[in-house]
Design a protein around this ligand. Structure first.
Ligand code: AMP
Ligand code: MG
Length: 315
């Protein structure tokens, strides 16, 4: 069976094609970027509508399949930005109607977890999901995802992007911050862990103050990374101890950061556990994960349109 997945929750419009074995045949994406202002919701929807046909064509070509080969269409129903979600839903619905295919709405966050799990052939990992909007520690228990720790304010990716905006790095900023951090030194920043939860907004405020006082950009980049990654490493270690998990799986765009992976890997090694991540092309937002999640959920109700605030633990 071959499934086509449509992703549109935030800055990325993607069309992915996978088999029922979790093999990725194509994963075409086109992402909205901007020089300074971050994401403007209606501009993102316009972007998605503009690139949709091109991205679809690219995916079909990459997979060497036609609509006849595709069993059904999965799309990201949420969570995400309202205009972006509606754009993706209407495009997916049009393609479904034009080609007489069933439409299955799936949860974007659950899709990040599922594609990482199938790619690494894992059984039941502790998940660390760190993207633009989301920062959550999740385990699957008794037929349901349980969020056992999360950010109390903004997602780590969004925090890095806001910090990047202050530095004039453009959007998204995570990779540029990682580059600048390589030659930075440590300055103390608020370290906010509350039980199993973390908070990042205080760090952002402090960093802006320190920048005004002349602390260098690279020292701030280094310190932001060390502090935020350490907070998450601490909470994840506690989560793994409590839930008796021997495998950690990092998913989401911030998972591209090498220093972050290194810290989590050291923590896992020290407790005799194993650290897993996903390849770059499956770490961020893309359609292959939506197609695969659609396959896993193909028998569930599909009459959901969009759900902008759909949490992982409501799936
Ligand atoms: P996602 O929402 O999963 O597509 O992830 C996007 C987020 O990942 C954005 O906030 C980026 O700034 C962040 N990101 C991408 N590459 C890196 C990196 N190398 N280090 C830290 N964050 C990154
Ligand atoms: Mg995402």
């Amino acid at each position: 069976m071959i499934i086509l997945g449509v992703e549109s929750t935030a800055h990325t419009f993607g069309v992915g094609i996978v088999t029922d074995k979790g093999e990725v045949l194509a994963n075409a994406v086109d992402s909205y970027t901007s020089k300074d202002v971050g994401m403007i919701p209606h501009e993102i929807a316009e972007h998605h509508n503009k690139v949709a046909e091109k991205v679809l064509k690219q995916a079909l070509k990459e997979a060497s399949v036609s609509w006849n080969d595709i069993k059904f269409i999965a799309y990201s129903a949420g969570p995400g930005l309202d205009p972006a979600l509606w754009a993706g839903y209407h495009l997916a619905r049009k393609w479904a109607e034009d080609n007489d295919k069933k439409l299955v709405g799936v949860n974007h966050c659950a899709a990040h977890l599922s594609i990482g799990k199938v790619w690494n052939k894992l059984d039941s990992p502790c998940y660390l999901y760190v993207s633009g909007v989301n920062t959550q520690i999740i385990v699957y228990e008794n037929g349901k995802y349980r969020v056992i720790g999360e950010t109390l304010d903004i997602g780590l990716g969004n925090m890095l992007d806001k910090f990047g905006r202050v530095l004039g790095l453009g959007f998204p900023a995570g990779a540029k911050i990682e580059e600048l951090a390589k030659s930075g030194k440590f300055v103390k920043l608020p370290y906010t862990v509350k039980g199993m939860d973390v908070s990042f907004s205080g760090i952002l405020t402090k960093v802006e103050q320190l920048l005004g006082k002349g602390v260098s950009e690279k020292d701030l980049c280094f310190s932001v990374q060390e502090t935020c990654f350490a907070m998450l490493t601490e909470v994840v270690e506690r989560a793994m101890a409590h839930t008796d998990k021997q495998e950690l799986l990092l998913v989401g765009g911030v998972g591209a950061n090498k220093r972050f992976c290194e810290m989590l890997n050291i923590m896992c090694q020290e407790r005799g556990a194993k650290f897993f991540k996903v390849p770059m092309d499956l770490a961020g937002d893309q359609g292959a994960m939506i197609a695969w999640e659609g396959f896993l959920r193909k028998d569930e109700s599909s009459d959901i349109e969009v759900k902008p605030h759909w949490r992982t633990d409501e799936v």
